[in-house]
Design a protein around this ligand. Sequence first.
Ligand code: SF4
Length: 289
Amino acid sequence: MHYQGHIIRPPSEANSIILQVTTGCSHNRCTFCGAYQGQRFQIKDSAIIEEDLDFAALHCTAQSTVFLADGDALVIPQKRLVTLCKQIRKRLPFVRRIHLYANCRDILARTETELAELKEAGLGRIYMGLESGHDKTLAAICKGATAAEMITAGQRVKKARIFLSITCLLGIAGIRYSLQHAVDTAEVLNQIGPNQIAILTLMLLDNTALGQAAAAGRFTMPDKLGLFQELRTLVAAIDVKKSQLQANHASNYFSLDGRLPRDKEIFLATIDQAIAGALDLKPETLRGL
Ligand code: SF4
């Protein structure tokens, strides 16, 4: 496969064929994200993608999903993306679903009909980075969307019957807005009702604007206890009909993995144990992105 730069995928795509159809991220401005720094965004040449499909047709026959890398493959123009999805289904008949990352702007650029067309062509899952439902925080981190826009985008994906996974980021609002961030994020999730909620914990990176702001004393992340209280406020305020909740990313101090609303009391009891200091936490050295 012709991979360029860092290949980043959600944990749940560990068994997917990773087909890199773009490099980098077309937005590449979020202040906390160092994933694609220095990498020029481009949609890869069709001939290269063809070669990777040839490789996958020969060597990846046991895998039933394709993840389209990198950071926001939904930025590919509609006609080209529909053609690509159909081509994947034709060339890799053992593949049942195609998944990708998308930012809010890419989703809002499409109508519900266009999303439904992609679903028909094989697009089965969209991962959207919400990070926060708190508008001041979204503006501060240059996410490029407001909470209202996130809600519209998420609801549009749901209406197209595409599985929607949404990422939230503990700590991203700093200590100042920590609990408001939790409440507002839950409200956005409640308005959307995503199929999956993934909770990660901010890790400050030296090569990012936010990491540098923290080093200069202009941003202060909540400490562990503050993060656990933020998590508790978030989980307590989520009121969805049926969503998976996963906080089992490498960046988290402990794991939650289950369903809402079914497991809510178990989640809250686990978080309370962490707040009380009665839970084994992941050592700092084992946390990662
Ligand atoms: S967080 Fe996502 S949208 Fe923001 S710069 Fe990183 S990859 Fe791009």
